[in-house]
Design a binder for this molecule. Structure first.
Ligand code: PGA
Length: 260
């Protein structure tokens, strides 16, 4: 794992945005895996700004989001379909036909999950998967004890996750109980992964992911098994890492190292 620690959240977001921009510039038909949540909003703002200011183009890019709530139609204001439209897709030159999210309102979630997996494979696999991390160590909606071999499927959300996401809904009771999510193994099949975490609330989960054992209790720890993972952190999210000094030494100010 490449651990890049930036001083501030804004710097971490700008650094992570740079990886996405480099990917689409080097491979205009790149397949991006996208994430939602509060952490990603400033990153999508940065992508929009770079599209506007520098003409960074997404015209040939395909996208696959990690997850969607069960029971919400794409036009529901709290759906991740809606989130992606408002946060990114409406503001860049992406072809809507090439943007994909699982359909949470499918009558047959198992069939929908299989369709989604097959579509990712048919598109050639994901070149760069963007990830956030939950305070409980989830990636996508792979909650603690998710199989590390899991594929896209229906997952029951933990109460902690529902509480964390309650702010987007009218009440806790209105917060969805289930989601369709890429599995841990689906994520590990991506050619590269970029995880962004900012803020002190993520410090314990980040420490467990990077320095803890590979264990289903912290699904993000499975990323230790991937050959090409970059973790971009601000100081607060990095605060629980024992080898912080080492990461700073290898990647001063979050820069690339010539050595690794
Ligand atoms: P957040 O969510 O960015 O809203 O904290 C991250 C996640 O749960 O993966």
């Amino acid at each position: 794992m490449k651990v890049l620690i930036l001083e501030t959240a804004a710097q971490a977001v700008a650094r992570a945005t740079g990886f996405v921009v480099t990917m689409v510039q080097q491979k205009p038909d790149a397949v991006l895996g996208l994430a939602t949540g509060g952490t990603m909003l400033p990153l999508y703002d940065c992508l929009r700004a770079r599209h506007l200011a520098e003409g960074v183009s997404f015209a040939g890019v395909s996208t696959f989001n990690l997850d969607e709530y069960i029971g919400l139609s794409p036009d529901h204001p709290c759906s991740y379909h809606h989130y992606m439209q408002k946060a990114l897709f409406d503001h860049i030159d992406i072809d809507p036909a090439r943007t994909h999210l699982p359909h949470g309102d499918s009558a047959d979630p198992t069939a929908e999950a299989a369709r989604y997996e097959a579509l990712i494979a048919a598109t050639g696999g994901i070149d760069l998967q963007l990830l956030g991390i939950g305070q409980n160590g989830h990636i996508g909606f792979n909650e603690p004890t998710s199989s590390l071999a899991s594929r896209t499927r229906l997952k029951t959300l933990t109460e902690d996750t529902r509480r964390a996401n309650q702010r987007y809904f009218d009440s806790f009771d209105d917060t969805p109980r289930y989601a369709l999510t890429m599995g841990v193994a689906t994520i590990l099949e991506s050619k590269s992964c970029l995880l962004l975490a900012t803020g002190s609330a993520k410090a314990d989960a980040v420490a467990a992911m990077v320095e803890g054992p590979v264990a289903a209790i912290c699904p993000a720890s499975a990323l230790q098994l991937h050959r090409n993972v970059t973790v971009v952190l601000d100081q607060e999210a990095a605060a629980g890492l024992k080898l912080r000094t080492y990461y700073h030494h290898v990647h001063p100010k979050g820069d690339e190292s010539a050595i690794g």
